[in-house]
Design a protein around this ligand. Sequence first.
Ligand SMILES: *Cc1c(COP(=O)(O)O)cnc(C)c1O
Ligand SMILES: [Zn+2]
Length: 403
Amino acid sequence: MMKTFELTCSVCDKIFPGDGLRLRCPDCGEGLDTPIITEGKIRASDKPGQRVLERYADFFPYLDLSDDPGLGEGMTPLIRDDVLAAEVGVAAVYLKNETVNPTWSFKDRGTATGIVQAKNLGYKKVGTASTGNMAVSVAAFAGRAGMKALVLVSDKIAEEKLNPIAVHGPTLVKIKGDYSKMYDTALEIGGKLGIAFINSDATMRVAGYKTMAYEICEQCDFDVPDYVIVPNSAGGQFRGIFKGFLDFYRCGLIEKLPVMVAAQASGCSPVAAAFEKGENRVSRFENPSTIAGAITNPLPPSGNGVLRILREYGGLAVTESDESMLASQKRLAERGLFVQPESALTLAVLKKLVAKGQIKAGSKVVCVLSGGGLKFTAALGMQQLKAHSCRLEEAVEFISEVF
Ligand SMILES: *Cc1c(COP(=O)(O)O)cnc(C)c1O
Ligand SMILES: [Zn+2]
């Protein structure tokens, strides 16, 4: 059942009723924010496997959570790595392991809340325009929720990316043409055909990402980390995590807000470029080129919203190269976690900020590991990896030499 609440524009602050999907501000076209929660409590439970939306139900008063698809998203580990902390030169490094979500990326948190809202509003169909993690996530959750899913992809999509989406049974359509116009086209199709589109920075998708911040606060015993580094593309993840910290702050559950760091690939960094120039609007990043496909959005729909948070709350936007991403991917894998290059970027950016003296030695830092390494196996071919081989009869001698 639908609930009534207000939405605030993330950039112009105008207020609108939350009476439908409302994916963008009707006035200025920017993303919309769900209300900040000021009186929430955590519904603690000793039960293993408590649903994330059950635990934090107070922070979603605008959703009827009886429609929760509950696929086990969220509740991911926060792993303290003292070896990496010593290498980097900070007091503590925490790795938020989002790769253990049902479809192996944090997108599942926002897909869940997007689906809940669509069901609350009586929609039978959901959709998304994405070539990667979001497409897989929406297809999977729609299946779970018994809804039809439409997934629009570019006709340039690699064949290996198509089947992991198709296997969940959505209607998959390859679209020829300028993929950067797909976001707007999707909204048009959705409006005409009664499909709830849960795109990259859809209002309720962003709200779903708040739970990552709630968990981090609890996992740090409410001693908020100094920095949270987020791989940033459309800006939905960044806006959602920050909003989660803001909720807990306004509820008096935490005493400070972390400094938020938007990490971008050097080969596609519209937000970092605008931030460096002191601009409050992003411009299109021309000729993007990076291996980090999941964060290659040359004109991010929530870029202006992210810039605003960075400016008003003292955040940072930082870039690193593909080479540094791959080196950090290797190092994280050696420490036990094989993540996408996009996720490894957070460690590369942390190293850069410490080297530049912008993050001090005593700091506690969270790196958001947004998605699993098997999503992009081509990166394995870019690593210098090797395996030995020898004959069985020579095994003892051979291994005593190489190991
Ligand atoms: C989608 C995605 C991002 C970026 O999130 P945005 O909300 O688009 O900024 C980062 N990492 C991974 C693995 C992703 O799938
Ligand atoms: Zn607006």
